[in-house]
Design a protein around this ligand. Structure first.
Ligand SMILES: *Cc1c(COP(=O)(O)O)cnc(C)c1O
Length: 383
């Protein structure tokens, strides 16, 4: 379809509309565990909802089209998606991973994948030359860009060249930008991950996860895995994410415009020692993002002069809520060191600069003057 992405978010569903006898514009919720057979060997194509469910498949087609993949699978959470993806690897396999990853991915690799015989080498993929880290048993490179929470930006096409030269799978967690702003498969990624809980769902009301694959070969393996391990997204949650995607474009544009304003405001504060937002021209990833993304997103990480200041902000915000998660309509403030990244080893936290002075802000779609007023109040209270 030749439409622009904002239009696609709304109208991809039309391809499936008129398929029911009533012509419903919103795709129906097929809240059923199983499907009756017309006779022996006469399946409707739907046998059991762990294998196939029309509402889930409708969502999968939409996400697949937005990410320009071969296939997309919807999971019960982002972590269920990543855990299933790791089943592609065997004992003895090695992966190169970005040092600054979502804490849940680090916990999965450290506690489950390692136990299953998979080994990892961490790298600052945004700046390091990863070619010397490739071993004989290396199978994949796993990155996020921008990273959670330090907002480091990796040139996806550049890493993809290295991956292709060594026959490695390039996996990109695209949660922070969503397909509205970035399409890693077009830049050479083999698998794209989303926590659908974040921008795709977009309303802080449901968990979801996605794997989008670029090739038939990987798609078939992943379809087998989801059918076998069973973490497919239920019909009602699939419908909620489908509805969320309709407003993905306007939400992301508004939240990102707000984030830019807030990043500039934070930058002007004497109590703020660092602002990580790739939309700021002095961010080291600014130029790469202008090349590979359509927007800078709405995540702003910043560092205070002292831990006490960070705690004061967390305890005194009212409009902005102190909570984990991101990418929803409401602004949320997270304390990575005790929340999202609590299980990341101390040396790695130190190396990445995730200290007790760092806050991560997921900017929502409120009127930006109210967000700035809130920060002005909270900042003026601390001396
Ligand atoms: C939240 C998040 C995940 C995990 O997704 P859940 O839906 O919470 O399981 C994975 N990657 C990134 C970048 C995230 O922000």
């Amino acid at each position: 379809m030749g439409y622009k992405i904002g239009t696609k978010c709304l109208h991809l569903e039309k391809e499936n509309a008129m398929k029911d006898q009533y012509g419903s514009v919103s795709y129906p919720i097929y809240q059923t565990a199983t499907f009756a057979h017309l006779g022996v060997g006469k399946s409707t194509g739907y046998d059991y909802s762990r294998l196939q469910n029309p509402t889930k498949e409708n969502l999968e087609r939409i996400v697949c089209a937005l990410e320009k993949g071969d296939d997309a699978l919807a999971f019960t959470s982002g972590m269920a998606a990543i855990a299933t993806l790791m089943e592609l690897f065997n004992p003895g396999d090695h992966l190169i991973i970005e040092n600054d990853l979502y804490g849940g991915s680090v916990r999965l690799f450290d506690n489950i994948s390692k136990k299953n015989g998979i080994s990892f080498t961490g790298a600052d993929v945004s700046v390091d030359d990863i070619e010397p880290l490739i071993l004989e048993n290396t199978k994949a490179i796993f990155i996020e860009t921008p990273t959670n929470p330090m907002m480091n930006v990796t040139d996806i096409a550049k890493v993809s060249k290295v991956a292709k030269a060594h026959n490695l799978m390039l996996i990109v967690d695209n949660t922070f930008l969503s397909p509205y702003y970035q399409n890693p498969i077009e830049l050479g990624a083999d698998v794209v991950i989303h926590s659908g809980t974040k921008y795709l769902g977009g309303h802080n009301d449901t968990l979801a996860g996605f794997l989008v694959s670029a090739s038939k070969e990987i798609s078939e393996k992943l379809r087998f895995l989801i059918k076998t391990t069973g973490a497919g997204l239920p019909p009602m949650d699939s419908w909620l994410v489908t509805r969320g995607i309709k407003t993905l474009g306007i939400r992301m544009d508004k939240a990102s415009a707000n984030a830019m304003e807030l990043a500039k405001w934070l930058k002007g504060q004497s109590k703020v020692t660092k602002v990580c937002y790739p939309g700021l021209p002095d961010h080291p990833g600014h130029e790469v993002m202008k090349k590979q993304s359509r927007g800078f997103g709405a995540m702003v990480t910043f560092e205070l002069e002292t831990k006490e200041m960070a705690l004061h902000i967390l305890e005194h915000v009212k409009l902005i809520q102190f909570a984990e998660s991101l990418g929803g309509t409401e602004s949320l403030l997270t304390y990575p060191i005790t929340q999202t990244h609590a299980d990341v080893p101390k040396e790695l936290l130190d190396k990445n600069g995730i200290t007790d002075r760092v806050l991560r802000l997921s900017v929502g779609i409120e009127d930006v003057c109210d967000l700035i007023e809130e920060f002005e109040r909270v900042f003026s209270e601390m001396n």
